[in-house]
Ligand binder design. Structure first.
Ligand code: FE2
Ligand code: FE2
Length: 192
């Protein structure tokens, strides 16, 4: 079965390639760190991103959605550049920008769920929910890493992410169940 939903197809293709960029970035980030506990956590997050890529690919294969060569090359380069930059930009920035990126990723999976629902497809709800929630855990981890940093107030003002700003409305302390998850991310547009 093929999907008649260009926005959903594009989001799946982008997520597939962007998960690789995230994994590459975390490989660089982990290598630039000395603290073993932090390295272990970043390695874990890197593994989560590889798993997300696999899950997204499984969905794409089911609907015969091709992997975009353009996005694969683009995100390959982005991931490598970010990973490499972690050696030079100090301790704060890799955590801050990882958190900001993860914050934006959370809604991607909830919006995919809404897109699928417009086609009457609900069978991917669990996995999309699981990935969205996992991205939120990543965001919260990175936020905790920079919460006390003296640079945070300035970066939060400029980049609009930090203690008071997030790119999603998910709260792990009061998480909605999967059947209410489409209530999240309402500010994002669902196209058909
Ligand atoms: Fe991910
Ligand atoms: Fe993530």
């Amino acid at each position: 079965m093929k999907l008649n939903h260009p926005a959903l197809i594009k989001s799946l293709q982008t997520a597939y390639s962007a998960e690789k960029a995230a994994s590459f970035a975390y490989i660089g980030h982990a290598k630039s760190l000395k603290d073993k506990t932090q390295v272990a956590r970043i390695n874990e997050i890197e593994q989560d991103e590889w798993e997300h890529r696999e899950h997204v690919l499984t969905i794409m294969l089911e609907y015969e959605i091709p992997v975009s060569k353009y996005l694969e090359i683009k995100y390959h380069l982005i991931g490598k550049i970010i990973g490499f930059s972690c050696y030079f930009i100090g301790e704060f920035m890799p955590y801050f920008f990882a958190g900001k990126l993860e914050s934006g990723n959370v809604c991607e999976y909830f919006i995919m769920m809404k897109y699928f629902h417009t086609l009457g497809i609900h069978k991917h709800d669990e996995i999309l929910y699981e990935m969205g929630v996992k991205e939120k855990e990543h965001e919260d981890y990175f936020l905790d890493c920079v919460r006390e940093a003296r640079w945070l107030p300035l970066f939060e003002t400029i980049f609009n992410w930090g203690v008071k700003h997030s790119y999603n409305d998910v709260d792990l302390a009061d998480i909605k169940p999967v059947n209410q998850a489409t209530e999240y991310c309402k500010n994002y547009k669902v196209e058909k």
